[in-house]
Design a protein around this ligand. Sequence first.
Ligand code: COA
Length: 535
Amino acid sequence: MKRLSTTINIQSEEFKASSERYRGLVKEYRQIYREIMKGGTETAVKKHLSRNKLLVRQRINKLLDVDTPFLELSPLAANDQYQNAFPSAGIITGIGLIHGKETVIIGNDATVKGGTYVKETIKKHLRAQEIAMENNLPVVYLVDSGGIYLPEQANVFPDKYDFGRIFFNQAKLSAMGIPQVSIVMGSCTAGGAYIPAMSDQTVIVKNQGTIFLGGPPLVKAATGEEVTSEELGGGFVHTTKSGVADYLALNDEHALQQCRDIFETIPAARKQHLDFFPVREPEYNIEELYGILPLNAKSTVDPREIIMRIADGSEFDEFKAGYATTLVTGFARIMGFPLGIIANNGILFSESALKGTHFIELCNRRNIPILFLQNITGFMVGKEFENAGIAKDGAKMVQAVANANVPKFTIIFGGSYGAGNYAMSGRAFGSRLLFMYPASSISVMGGEQAANVLDNVGNVNSRDNVPDLKAGHDNRIKQEILEKYQKEGSAYYSTSRLWDDGIIDPADTRTIIAMGLSMSLNRKFDEPKTGIYRM
Ligand code: COA
């Protein structure tokens, strides 16, 4: 394979200045992450610890194989929402190893409003279950939750992807033969009671875990019966009388060990075969990405400069290098895994879409997973291009991306706008994992374009909460739109709402993509099949 060579002077003042700025952004991200890792309020953490309970991250640490990594998903969910009362949306999700088996972990953080669920908590829980389904991974639920956060009930209870979907997914996972184990380490109330009840095997901690459809206050109100939590649904009751749980643990540590013991009898998945090569480091330092990545949505960066810093040996077998050059396609390896890469190098034209479609077909036939590197303002617009049928060519790529039978992974390294987001496997297109870099942005179009479009189309009903630009071409209003788009387009806004699986430090890209690739091999890839391409 051809080794890529850089054209960037890393000694230049410009490079050093960009690098410093990007490092600052990564530092800022890490500070927020560190704060969030503390969980709920100090009082809540103290109360939790005083009950001899481990904190959720400690639980996960003890559950996983010693010295193995945990790929945490969406740690900044719900950040800057709900007056920041829901760090990580009160739930920790991710992928880690138990007895060498890649496993999805879903753990409530009881220090965050009693481990209750707001919209983002549910989205995180459902996303983790979706990852389990797509990749055939067992699931462990560390249950310690008061169920729905009652003030938010209208946003979390009744709809298709609300709280009930958790149990629907459990049934589906079960029917797919995917093992699910619950450890009840605290409260497990109302609908939440179905989490352990629908698991294959359930461990419950003595004098600590409780499972019931209605707690003591509700029972009293409904029937007048007076009963303690333990009598109603404690560990002893469920492991000796009701049969709702299977193993009685003495404390958190014991329960986690019991769960690990259960995993010894879970058979390893039959893996998808890929041709592995020995792992080689890239020829260029991955940290040079800090000086290369775009700091704003307007910059284009030659994606080969990124590829040579993440690919094994900096090698890249480029496909159609001289054709449709705004889309870069080719084969590489990351940590020994073969990988097709599709990366933006400018706006998408008809021929870029055709090239992308052709390349996806190659990857499908050869069972090679695809990594999309997004920095896209969208497809070309204008009479010439519309008349030449850019919509039908874009549709071919969208069709190919949606129907690709190999696992897809997406990293947004710059901007992600318009239909370019779709063609480059945005969230709606089922990438197994999708991450954003700290300075990246995502919205239907850029703020300036949106302000100009609104200026041209005129008012927009006041009900829509968008100011009428026609009424005076007010620069202040235009500024407001720009600011709104800037805020809503930021990676932080996105990750808080789970439009992605998290913001990552670019220097971690190789490790994270390799973990994703490894996880995806637990399920055999489907046979290639395509839809109808409009010719
Ligand atoms: N909705 C909204 N807020 C809730 C809640 C719920 N279902 N359950 C707990 N909270 C809040 C409490 O108000 C408290 O908020 P604060 O920190 O702002 O004061 C915080 O979560 C912690 O609750 P607290 O009762 O102090 O903690 P605890 O550890 O002693 O008990 C529970 C936790 C979950 C066992 C207990 O709060 C409880 O039983 N909640 C009701 C559960 C329920 O009936 N759920 C049905 C919903 S489907």
